[in-house]
Design a protein around this ligand. Structure first.
Ligand SMILES: Nc1nc2c(ncn2[C@@H]2O[C@H](COP(=O)(O)OP(=O)(O)OP(=O)(O)O)[C@@H](O)[C@H]2O)c(=O)[nH]1
Ligand SMILES: [Mg+2]
Length: 225
């Protein structure tokens, strides 16, 4: 059955890793050479087809600069997934992923899906001189921290950008389907017995006690008479 589904995702990571460019490449298939620092949070959206299902991704592109951290924090709570981005040619941006992951764990829903992206791989020459983080290191970080997936991308050339978003969206979709099934199974388990009004119960209890008291009184009268 065709159905429209909406997922909210948030893009986080250090300033300059290419978060806004990844969103631009994914949503409009273009690239910006300038680093237009994101102020707070910017918004984008795009529909993806997975099988016969149309999925709308609502994407919040956050500022990597420290001064905006308190603003971006408030966006984690409602996100279904987080795209955590680092620059494969800048080691410090990979090292800071530990910090970003702590932020995600502290501020997001407990079942949020985190997908790791190593961007700017076009800068890595054939010999790999510019590379500061290997593919294996990225994969290991994703595995160790139980992340949903990992992809090396280039917002400039476009390599693996659609693939990363599609895989990320597929993970969210599969999880959504699992949750949907759980709900269908769980629903009949709901106890629909009518609630006994405590007042009535108390009244019955009082009547019962009066009845016992009367029997005792009758017995006492019988014994002492
Ligand atoms: N070579 C190359 N440059 C890139 C790539 N992605 C982004 N850039 C460049 O990196 C710079 C920063 O890109 P942005 O997308 O603005 O970075 P950001 O992560 O959004 O930064 P903040 O908004 O400050 O958090 C820009 O000059 C981009 O042109 C890429 O894949 N390859
Ligand atoms: Mg930006």
């Amino acid at each position: 059955m065709d159905q429209d589904i909406l997922f909210r995702v948030i893009i986080v990571g250090d300033t300059g890793v290419g978060k806004s460019c990844l969103l631009l490449r994914f949503s409009e298939n273009s690239f910006n050479e300038q680093h237009n620092v994101t102020i707070g949070v910017e918004f984008g959206s795009k529909a993806i087809e997975i099988g016969s299902t149309s999925i709308k991704l609502q994407i919040w592109d956050t500022a990597g600069q420290e001064s905006f951290r308190s603003i971006t924090r408030s966006f984690y709570r409602r996100a279904d997934g987080v795209l955590l981005v680092y620059d494969a040619t800048a080691k410090h941006t990979f090292e800071n992923c530990k910090y970003w992951l702590d932020e995600i764990r502290q501020n997001s829903a407990s079942d949020v899906v985190v997908y790791l992206v190593a961007n700017q791989i076009d800068l890595i020459a054939t010999g790999g001189e510019n590379r500061e983080i290997s593919t294996e290191e990225g994969l290991e970080f994703a595995k160790k921290n139980n992340l949903g997936g990992f992809q090396e991308t280039s917002a400039r050339s476009g390599i693996n950008v659609q693939e990363a978003f599609t895989e990320f969206c597929t993970i969210l979709f599969n999880r959504w389907k699992e949750h949907k099934d759980v709900q269908t199974i769980e629903r009949p388990k709901i106890d629909l017995k009518p609630v006994v009004k405590p007042k009535k119960k108390r009244r019955c209890y009082i009547l019962y006690n009066l009845y016992i008291l009367e029997i005792r009184f009758f017995h006492a009268k019988f014994i002492f008479s």
